[in-house]
Design a protein around this ligand. Sequence first.
Ligand code: SF4
Length: 314
Amino acid sequence: MAYVRTEYPQWSWSFSRQRIFASCLRRYYYTYYASHNGWERDAPPEAATAYRLKQLANLYTTLGDAVHKTAESMVARAAQGRELPPVQAVEEEIRRHLRRVWKSSRENREAFLLRPNRVDMLREFYYGTGVSDALIERINQRLVQAAQGLVRSQVWTDLRRKGTLVVSCEQFETISLAGTPVYAVPDLIYRDGEGRWVVVDWKSGEEVEENRDQVALYVLFVQVKYAVPAAKITARLEYLIEERWVELQFSDEHLQEVKDKALASMEEMKKLLQDPRHNIPRPKEQFDLTEAREQCPFCNFYELCEQELELSAG
Ligand code: SF4
């Protein structure tokens, strides 16, 4: 499809958009508005910088990506009826991905500055803060645990059962809520021989309350997109590090609440638009810097906020 330039980004909603909106309005502005068209050769400096900083990863997100990519290749193998790799091979595949990102971050700074969407860069390298031994140790530990958790996942037993069908894996999904495109990428959706649908979310971090809201939204996707009654859909949160999972069912009433929450969140976001029809934001200054300043040194956009943070600190 041919690239069509737009002055402003398309309006949409997602769970991660809501999370960023709740964490810091300025981060939300940089992520969803200022970075738009920042990929263009003659982009204004702030747009180019916001776009570049938006691409930065950190070791936790990189581990999460590596785990999900590895899980995806395991699902493809399982769907073809092939043997799954042993835990050492799974661990090695995750490690390979991390090594690649680490190496790129160390060696490819110039290339990243030129083509930030094509070159992996860890924020620890970009900002030159370095990575502590304690963090490397923690990531290593998690990597080993995540590989074990993945190999022992309930998914493989289910996928081997006769009649089970993989519906989607790491696939970008869209539904429309009150005219707004809502995006999500569920890790895995499958249907068993008895017509039960399962939505799997693999987590390489700790359990937090919002995980339930996130999978509830995935269940809503299955309900709307595949016309499946809520009673036939199970959401499974698999906490790989702890090697345990939680299965959840959502009633129609609960899913209506999820919808209502999403719609309320959209309304909150729209209050910061000067033209909701064209998704034109209010001026940057109306997107406040977070009060929770302890998160700023770990934020991708620190470079853009640094001066203002210093001034506001007095
Ligand atoms: S550095 Fe702080 S104020 Fe600036 S975008 Fe990030 S979290 Fe928000």
